[in-house]
Design a protein around this ligand. Structure first.
Ligand SMILES: NC(=O)c1ccc[n+]([C@@H]2O[C@H](COP(=O)([O-])OP(=O)(O)OC[C@H]3O[C@@H](n4cnc5c(N)ncnc54)[C@H](OP(=O)(O)O)[C@@H]3O)[C@@H](O)[C@H]2O)c1
Length: 304
């Protein structure tokens, strides 16, 4: 298939596009910086453009069967007013431009548009959340909700729209592990706050396989939780990570107030988490490559 990707140079996107191309799909990535994107080459075509702005890249998009929409400014930062604006607008404007480009001949096309488990809000309880659960009430929820609403407009043009509510992606070259592993290797890894908060994770390889699965399932549309079936508590993540790395986590837990002082509202998200399960994928019979955290971490970290 011909697959067009926004955000294809990022942590999730670069893994995805390399592996889609390896499987024989014709993949095109729109990027603001083709120079920086040279590492993904491997048969992937690059188009220069800023997806936040309408442009020639939209003409290129029209010629593709599938659009995977991942672009967005990083949320791993202190959320100043300026950062919040960038986080929100980079997602809304990009998605709006993608959907506008699909207005003419959307029939037979598929849009897989990223969202996040942040949709459900940061929660301190053990309630199990699936796609039918209501949204939370905070900044990340608002971003996810509006981002999804922009993507959902493509359905009016006949496009099959999947809203991919991504959990925390575990993979080789960045993401959450890219931030955690260096600290653990120096015996500086530890629990944040009580450690009881839920950590809804997913292996990058499952993201690839879920997308391939969804391409074959014409009847699946709307929100789909991209999370492993066995979320863990943060303290279990810390324990498993230290076992797999063979580096005991000797640091005392970082108190919640310190995390909040350091990271502001983003710190709050890390301290609360949410217990999300892949309700729709399980109902549809998707078989996870990595259903358990230990196997996922061994696969990622023992090959490094
Ligand atoms: N990683 C996770 O654990 C996780 C969890 C939940 C949801 N998600 C969502 O999944 C998507 C991909 O995540 P990721 O970790 O791969 O992100 P990433 O590594 O930060 O990559 C994001 C991509 O978006 C583009 N981008 C960044 N800022 C932009 C801006 N201001 N305007 C337009 N494009 C911009 C960049 O492309 P160019 O620089 O090439 O233009 C980059 O390749 C994100 O939208 C993220 O919110 C990720």
């Amino acid at each position: 298939m011909k697959i067009f990707v926004t955000g294809g140079t990022g942590f999730v996107g670069s893994y995805l596009v390399r592996n889609l191309a390896r499987r024989g799909h014709k993949v095109t990535v729109v990027t603001r910086s083709p120079g920086k994107a040279s590492s993904i080459n491997g048969g992937v075509a690059l188009v220069q453009g800023d997806p936040m702005k309408p442009g020639q890249w939209q003409q290129e998009l029209k010629d593709h069967d599938v659009i995977v929409n991942l672009a967005g400014a990083s949320i791993f930062t202190y959320w100043t007013e300026k950062a919040r604006k960038a986080i929100m607008e980079s997602r809304l404007f990009t998605t709006r431009n993608v959907v506008d480009a699909l207005a003419e001949n959307g029939k037979e096309k598929i849009l897989i548009s990223a969202s996040a488990v942040g949709y459900y809000g940061s929660r301190e309880d053990d309630l199990v959340l699936d796609e039918s659960s209501p949204p939370g009430n905070e900044f990340v929820t608002e971003v996810s909700r509006l981002w999804e609403a922009e993507a959902a407009r493509a359905a009016d043009h006949g496009v099959r729209v999947v809203l991919a509510r991504l959990g925390i992606v575990l993979g080789r070259n960045g993401g959450a592990l890219g931030k955690m592993v260096p600290a653990f290797k120096r015996y500086l890894g530890g629990t944040l706050g009580s450690g009881r908060q839920w950590f809804p994770w997913i292996h990058e390889e499952d993201i690839l396989h879920i997308i391939l699965f969804l391409l074959e399932k014409d009847h699946i549309a709307g929100p789909v939780n991209f999370t492993a079936p066995n979320p863990v508590r943060h303290k279990d993540l810390v324990q498993t990570l230290s076992k797999v790395l063979n580096k005991p986590a000797v640091m005392p837990p970082v108190p919640g107030f310190a995390v909040k002082a350091l990271l502001g509202e983003f710190g709050n998200v890390l301290l609360k988490g949410q217990r999300v399960i892949p309700g729709k994928l399980t109902d549809e019979g998707y078989q996870f490559q990595y259903p358990e955290l230990r196997g996922a971490l061994e696969n990622i970290l023992r090959q490094e």
